[in-house]
Design a protein around this ligand. Structure first.
Ligand code: ATP
Ligand code: LTN
Length: 335
């Protein structure tokens, strides 16, 4: 009993970049899990500084940031219980990133698959920020003494390098940082593109490859009707040989909270048209109430700004404690 009282509450941290329309992949792979930590202190940032690693249209970035904040709340994150804030509103993120840069090697950063992918995609703008992206992400996580980081599978490598940096730093200066663990449920780690089901669904790809959390029912139905499947006509979960059908089955079983066996059994004897229809109904049923709440939240811009301001202050207070400790440990002169 005593133990339970004395035990430190777990800290959960994650972020999403306001770099495009939030997709069903973001929702199923990350956002939806953000609400599953009842007994923890949770911080969820809008990773706006990270978006600058790829060119953004300033007015759109501003709009998308407010929109993502409203989506967080609409998905069930209570901003009084969770700290929802903009990364750029808490200067400690960029400050710690500078320090951690000096404890991160070029070699390890150059092995990051996201860096390799994005360098290929944006060959005309391979900037230092793109290379350094994981160090800013490590700072996000380490500033709050985070225990758990809920993300999709594509971010696993970034959480691993964060752990390496933290362990290296702790090895030199004592236990400064908590070593975080990734939280990546296997079944939903990678939701696939609708048009190329061997590729991850991504918000920076063309519109028809993904379903957006804010898509209208008719768009959801249209996009799913066009989703790539295969020609054997059998509804079976087999990601290797039937990536399109398996991706649709994953979406359906997750949203209906059914096991994969039950989901497949419920469609026995039916064709791909029925599968797509079932997925569309499940997606619409999941997203409609979120969209309704979203519309009310986004209509109150002042309320949204006040919430972000209040929460950035809460985050800054926590971040400052770690940053001060780090400054002291590395020998920066304190007054
Ligand atoms: P971008 O295309 O701009 O890189 P993205 O769609 O990959 O964006 P991020 O902002 O990088 O989205 O990711 C936000 C969160 O959503 C991360 O935790 C990421 O792992 C998760 N995520 C993104 N896409 C998927 C997906 N297709 N399946 C599962 N999780 C995903
Ligand atoms: N890089 C992440 C977004 C992100 C993040 C974080 C996730 C920025 N900072 C800290 C977890 C913890 C992405 O999904 N692309």
């Amino acid at each position: 009993m005593e133990n339970a009282v004395n035990e430190k509450r777990k800290v959960v941290f994650s972020g999403i970049q306001p770099s495009g329309n939030i997709t069903l992949g973001n929702y199923i792979g990350a956002l939806r899990n953000f609400t599953s930590f009842d007994d923890a202190d949770c911080l969820y940032c809008l990773a706006d500084l990270h978006t600058l690693t790829v060119r953004q249209v300033p007015a759109e970035l501003r709009k998308r940031t407010a929109s993502l904040a409203a989506i967080y709340v609409a998905c069930g994150l209570d901003p009084d219980k969770n700290i929802i804030y903009c990364q750029s509103h808490v200067p400690a993120h960029a400050e710690l990133a500078w320090i951690l840069n000096c404890y991160t090697y070029m070699g390890e950063l150059s092995r990051m698959t996201q860096f390799k992918d994005k360098s290929q995609k944006h060959a005309d703008n391979i900037n230092a920020g793109l290379f350094d992206y994981p160090v800013l992400m490590a700072s996000d996580i380490l500033l709050y003494q985070t225990d758990l980081v809920p993300v999709g599978g594509d971010q696993k490598q970034h959480v691993e390098i964060c752990r390496d940096i933290a362990q290296r730093f702790n090895g030199l200066y004592g236990d400064v940082f908590t070593i975080p663990e990734p939280y990546i449920p296997k079944a939903t780690a990678k939701i696939m593109s609708l048009s190329e089901p061997t590729k991850k669904m991504s918000k920076s790809d063309p519109e028809d490859t993904f379903i957006a959390v804010l898509d209208k029912p008719e768009d959801i139905r249209r996009k799913l009707k066009r989703a790539v499947t295969d020609s054997d006509g059998e509804i079976r979960y087999d990601p290797e040989n039937k990536p399109g059908v398996s991706n649709l089955l994953t979406i359906l079983s997750v949203l209906k909270k059914e096991s994969m066996e039950d989901t497949v059994a419920s469609l026995s004897g039916l064709g791909y048209g029925a599968l797509k229809e079932a997925v569309a109904e499940a997606v619409i049923a999941e997203l409609s109430p979120i969209q309704e709440r979203y519309n009310a939240i986004i209509a109150d811009k002042d309320g949204l700004s006040a919430m972000l301001k209040r929460n950035a202050e809460r985050a800054a207070y926590l971040a400052q404690k770690t940053l001060r400790k780090v400054y002291k440990k590395v020998g920066l002169y304190q007054v």
